[in-house]
Design a protein around this ligand. Structure first.
Ligand code: ATP
Ligand code: MG
Length: 180
């Protein structure tokens, strides 16, 4: 599995639709300070279900919507789509290509789509939980994250190891079952 394409519209600094195509191998994004490099990784985390506005450097989720500039009006929604190559079947879906879309409106409405069909956040979280990709997986290592892992408490480090070992999914399901 690899990230094939990212499409961003109205998310943070992306006032116009921007499509980024990735190929297997290394891709480096370069640009001046404030040009939107970090916003690209945040778009990837966001579309995979990130719920913390703070971890996206905002105060509330609405802050991810393009807020206008000297020459442009603010937008009323943000939309991000991520296309993954799944020819190796790493994601348990019978599709060679999997697309995930998330939209949020200033009204507070939001939606998720999986291969173009409306779905729940839970469906996306469960799809990615043991794939190595996902809003909290190690495929995205943010600034300071290495220090954070080294300095974390044993219990917190255990969660990281459990995610890597692929048992987190079952723990989540057991917790749900216990609550019933
Ligand atoms: P650096 O090299 O300093 O890390 P960067 O390329 O990673 O910079 P980002 O942090 O991705 O840059 O982008 C920051 C820019 O995004 C700022 O100019 C900020 O004003 C803009 N931005 C963030 N949120 C919004 C928003 N909701 N609407 C419009 N612009 C936004
Ligand atoms: Mg940055």
């Amino acid at each position: 599995m690899y990230v094939k394409q990212l499409e961003v519209l109205g998310f943070k600094s992306f006032a116009e639709k921007v499509q980024i195509d990735f190929v297997p191998g290394v891709t480096a994004v370069v640009g001046p300070n404030g040009s939107g490099k970090s916003n690209i990784t945040e778009a990837i985390r966001w579309v995979l279900g990130e719920q913390s506005a703070k971890s996206l450097r905002g105060g509330k989720m609405e802050d991810v919507i393009f807020s206008g500039s000297d020459s442009r009006k603010q937008l009323n929604f943000a939309e991000v789509s991520l296309v993954l190559d799944n020819t190796d079947g790493a994601l348990p879906l019978d599709y060679a290509e999997v697309s995930v879309t998330r939209r949020v409106f200033r009204t507070g409405d939001s939606e998720y789509l999986l291969n173009g069909s409306a779905c729940r956040l839970k469906d996306i979280t469960e799809l990615f939980i043991d794939s190595g990709l996902g809003k909290e997986a190690f495929s995205i290592i943010g600034q300071g994250r290495v220090d954070q892992i080294l300095n974390s408490k044993p219990e917190e480090r255990r969660v990281i190891l459990e995610e890597a070992a692929g048992v987190l999914k079952y723990k989540g399901r057991r917790k749900k079952a216990d609550q019933r």
